[in-house]
Design a protein around this ligand. Structure first.
Ligand SMILES: Cc1ncc(COP(=O)(O)O)c(C=O)c1O
Length: 398
């Protein structure tokens, strides 16, 4: 480690809360699909700030929109009608085929909003005292008290009790368990269709269809957390489109504004009727700069056909990961993913592989101990993906 890095690390540790297991590098620049560290070394970014900078880093078009909007209207509050916010909501709801949006600032806040919407919808529209939210084992929904309670991973809850009431977690891929867990107290089922943090686990179509059928039979809301999988990542604009589902509520964040903090709850007109003036709010949600940028993100996605690109490049990349599994059956269990959310599952803990890839100049992530997770910008050149596969081959052969 260089002196520059050690100094930055020591300063970080002295003034920032110790909440992150950080990578052994300080980043000074992020442009396109490249990151530059403190010592001027370049890396291929296969993480995109954890599925955030889907268009690549520091796009000049976005910088221009941000600068122009910053000189016109930054923040006035949601007490006022604002053109930028409406223009973006019109476009986003059109892309999603849903009726109404609520804008906030993060994924956890979007899920909090969805949970509140489901409870209020049941009580005010359905006239039922239903409040329970059913979630799945292995899921990740955020770090606020409600969303960590909704999360199906014990490690995120440790030491934070007492946890809020009204959450039930059921086993993954078990329709009978879900069916049984839904009672007259259930307001909604909240699922990730591809568990990202949970190790890139795609749901089977049969199970996804069963989840929707059960929600319809029991008359509870189907809420899909697309915070990691939405915005074109899977090769469809939303992952629910792969499964042919019609969710009542969808939560988004990460890729919405290509790096600026934004979250959204998007709902059918019927479900959205659960909110009323004064029922839910957030000071910064949907401000002028963020919504102008988010609209530009959709324009670029359309112009560069990034959703289809994620599908074709994802197929290519996943195919090459499958080849590695065939080549290294002693070390690798499987390759899985949809579009450009891909996981390479090792038979043993894979932290060494993540470190070896970093040493070769590739930034990615290791989740659930044994899964290398790839979330590259949707605009990543194919040559970068192929180079990553070659680097993986080298470290697996070593
Ligand atoms: C599926 C999913 N839901 C919720 C969240 C929480 O989002 P945030 O960190 O913006 O609160 C994440 C973050 O990784 C996520 O992947």
């Amino acid at each position: 480690m260089s002196d520059k890095f050690n100094t930055l690390k020591a300063r970080t540790e002295s003034v920032l809360c110790n909440t992150y297991g950080r990578y052994p590098m300080g980043i000074t620049k992020a442009v396109g699909s490249r990151l530059t560290d403190l010592d001027g070394r370049e890396y291929v970014d296969l993480l995109a700030g954890i599925a955030v900078c889907n268009l690549g880093h520091s796009r000049p078009e976005i910088a221009r929109v941000m600068a122009e909007q910053a000189q016109k209207l930054v923040h006035v509050s949601n007490l006022f009608y604002q053109e930028e916010q409406v223009a973006y909501a019109e476009e986003l709801t059109k892309w999603m085929g849903l009726g109404k949006a609520f804008f906030c600032n993060s994924g956890a806040e979007a899920n909090e909003g969805a949970i509140k919407l489901a409870r209020r919808y049941m009580r005010t529209i359905k006239k039922r005292d239903a409040y329970e939210i059913v979630t799945l084992d292995g899921s990740f929904h955020g770090r606020t008290l409600a969303t960590l309670t909704a999360t199906g991973q014990p490690k995120v809850k440790e030491y934070f009790g007492p946890l809020p009431e009204g959450f039930v977690t059921v086993p993954w891929n078990d329709p009978a368990a879900l069916d049984k867990a839904i009672t007259d107290k259930t307001a909604a089922v909240l699922v990730e269709l591809i568990q990202g943090e949970g190790g890139v686990r795609p749901m089977s179509t049969e199970y996804a269809v069963a989840v929707e059928r059960i929600c319809r039979d029991k008359d509870v809301l189907l809420m899909v957390d697309e915070i990691q999988t939405g915005m074109g990542r899977t090769g469809n604009f939303m992952a629910y489109q792969h499964y042919g589902l019609s969710p009542d509520v969808v939560t988004l964040a990460k890729g919405l504004a290509n790096g600026l903090p934004m979250g959204a709850v998007v709902a059918t007109d019927d479900a959205a009727a659960g909110f009323a003036p004064g029922a839910h709010a957030t000071t910064f949600g949907g401000g002028g700069v963020i919504t102008a940028v988010a609209l530009e993100v959709l324009r670029i996605m359309k112009d560069e056909d990034l959703v289809n690109r994620a599908r074709t490049e994802g197929q290519h990349f996943l195919g090459r990961l499958h080849d590695l599994v065939d080549e290294f059956p002693d070390q690798l269990e499987e390759a899985r993913g949809v579009g450009l959310i891909c996981g390479l599952v090792f038979k043993e803990p894979a932290a060494w592989a993540w470190q070896a890839m970093l040493a070769k100049g590739f930034v990615l992530n290791c989740t659930q101990e044994r899964v290398l997770r790839f979330l590259p910008p949707l605009s990543t050149p194919r040559a970068d993906l192929d180079a990553a596969v070659e680097a993986l081959r080298e470290i697996l052969s070593a």
